[in-house]
Design a protein around this ligand. Structure first.
Ligand code: MN
Length: 305
C-alpha cells in the first residue's frame, strides 16, 4: 500500500467475516466506504460497512451455486476510507484515489457502501484504469436519473446521470428498475439507455433476462457491478434508505449473477444498507451473501490466480 493511500485508510475493528487473507493468495480486496451525506430519507449508511462485515461472519463461505469455497482464497480487508465531512466532492476525490490505487494494482475490489453516490467515484476510478472498455451494470430499484437533487448534482438520486457524464449510454445497463419520476422516465426513454424493469425480469424469467445481460456483457471489455440493495424487495432487504415495493427476491438476483458473472467483472459495490433500519440484520446478511457469491463466481471463472 502506498503511503499516500495509507493516509486515507483506517483499519476496521472487524474484518469482513472476521478474516483477512493474504494479498498474494487472492485478487479480492474489501474496502469500506462509509459515505453518508446526501440521504433524502433514512440515513445511517455510515454504519453499514461494519454491519456487513459482522453479518459475513455468520454465513457459510462454501458457495453451492458455484461449487467454490471462498475460504480457500479469501480476500484482503483493506479497512475503511476516511472521509472528510465538509463536502461530497472532496469525499468523492478521496474515494476515487483509493479505488484507483487498488484497481491499478490488479485488485478486484468489493466496495462496501455507504450511499450510492460513491459509485460515481469508484466507476470513475475504473474508467481511468480500464479506459473506455468499462461497462457498468446497475442493479437498483431507482433509475437515479435526476439531473440534481436537493441542491446537488452529486446525490444518491443522480448516480446514473453522473455516470452518463463520462460513460457512454451503450456501456450502462440498469436492472430491476421500478421507481422513477415522470421526468426521469422521459430521460430514460430519450437517453437510449438499456434497462430491465423488475416486472419484465419476472415475466421473462431469469434465463431469458440473463441472456439479454450476457449479450451486453459480451460487448464489454470489463464490467463493474453496482448493487443498490433496494433492488431487492423490502421484504428481503428492509434496511435501506429508500425502500421500494415490488422488488426482486434474493434467488432472482443470485440466479441472475450465477448466469452472468465471468472473468470480465473487475469490481463490485454493495450500497445503501442502513443498519438503523435493519434490526434483524437481514439486509446486512443478504449484502454479505451477495458479496460471497460474487467472489465465488468470479474466482471460479478466473481460476488462474
Ligand atoms: Mn441507487
Amino acid at each position: 500500500m502506498s503511503n499516500e493511500v495509507e493516509l486515507f485508510l483506517i483499519r476496521s475493528p472487524y474484518a469482513f467475516g472476521g478474516y483477512s487473507g493474504r494479498r498474494d493468495k487472492t485478487p479480492f480486496s474489501i474496502l469500506g466506504i462509509p459515505l453518508d451525506m446526501t440521504s433524502s430519507f433514512r440515513s445511517g449508511y455510515r454504519m453499514a460497512p461494519l454491519s456487513i462485515r459482522v453479518a459475513a461472519q455468520n454465513l457459510e463461505y462454501f458457495s453451492m451455486r458455484f461449487g467454490v469455497d471462498v475460504e480457500d482464497f479469501l480476500y484482503v480487508d483493506e479497512g475503511d476510507v476516511i472521509l472528510p465531512q465538509d463536502g461530497v466532492l472532496k469525499a468523492l476525490d478521496i474515494i476515487k484515489m483509493v479505488s484507483e490505487y487498488l484497481l491499478a494494482n490488479g485488485r478486484i475490489p468489493v466496495f462496501l457502501g455507504g450511499e450510492h453516490t460513491l459509485t460515481i467515484a469508484t466507476v470513475r476510478a475504473a474508467a481511468e484504469v480500464f479506459s473506455r472498455d468499462i461497462c457498468v451494470l446497475v442493479f437498483d430499484a431507482h433509475a437515479d436519473l435526476r439531473i440534481e437533487y436537493s441542491g446537488t448534482k452529486y446525490s444518491h438520486a443522480c448516480v446514473v446521470s453522473r455516470l452518463l457524464d463520462f460513460i457512454s449510454k451503450d456501456h450502462i445497463y440498469l436492472v430491476g428498475t421500478r421507481a422513477i419520476s415522470g421526468v426521469e422516465h422521459e430521460r430514460l426513454k430519450s437517453s437510449g439507455l438499456r434497462f430491465l424493469t423488475s416486472k419484465s425480469l419476472k415475466r421473462a424469467g431469469i434465463k431469458h433476462s440473463a441472456g439479454l445481460l450476457q449479450d451486453f456483457i459480451s460487448s464489454c471489455g470489463k464490467v463493474y457491478l453496482s448493487l443498490d440493495m433496494d433492488v431487492f424487495d423490502p421484504a428481503y432487504a428492509p434496511g435501506v434508505a429508500t425502500p421500494e415495493p415490488d422488488g426482486l427476491t434474493p434467488s432472482d438476483i443470485l440466479d441472475l449473477l450465477y448466469e452472468i458473472v465471468n472473468n470480465k467483472f473487475v469490481a463490485m459495490d454493495v450500497v445503501e444498507v442502513t443498519p438503523p433500519y435493519d434490526p434483524s440484520m437481514i439486509t446486512s446478511m443478504l449484502a454479505a451473501r451477495v458479496i460471497i457469491e460474487f467472489m465465488a463466481g468470479v474466482y471460479q471463472r478466473v481460476k488462474t490466480y
